[in-house]
Design a binder for this molecule. Structure first.
Ligand SMILES: [Zn+2]
Length: 120
């Protein structure tokens, strides 16, 4: 997955999440749909080429403003060419990890370390 592709995915996902948040605010989604959000892990590596796929992905995401902020941040880092640089160790964030969470800011090793230290 190259930067161009990743940005396209993030922008599309952002749009879908924004729509989803609107729907939730407007009460268009029922309680059951809300409970289902975020249940299934995402895997962007399996490619979101068409609209339907993206819809599915967005549906599986918890429509939190935190996720939106993370996506915004990822888009900014993409523009700076820093999207795959870990904020902690400045090492490279693996393509595999970015495929699952394109807005990852930390490499797997740093993420694990920070989590085990009890920080978020
Ligand atoms: Zn790191």
């Amino acid at each position: 997955m190259d930067a161009e592709e990743l940005k396209k995915t993030l922008l599309a996902l952002r749009g879908h999440l924004t729509n989803q948040q609107e729907s939730i605010r407007n009460g268009a989604l029922g309680d059951a749909a809300l409970r289902d959000l975020g249940r299934t892990p995402l895997n962007f590596a399996e490619q979101a080429s068409d609209e339907q796929e993206l819809d599915l992905m967005a549906d599986r995401l918890t429509a939190s403003s935190e996720t939106l902020a993370d996506i915004d941040d990822a888009i900014r880092r993409l523009d700076e060419g820093m999207f795959n640089v870990c904020e902690e160790c400045e090492g490279e964030i693996g393509v595999r990890r970015l495929g699952i969470r394109p807005w990852s800011r930390l490499c797997v090793a740093c993420k694990r370390r920070i989590e085990s230290e009890g920080e978020s």
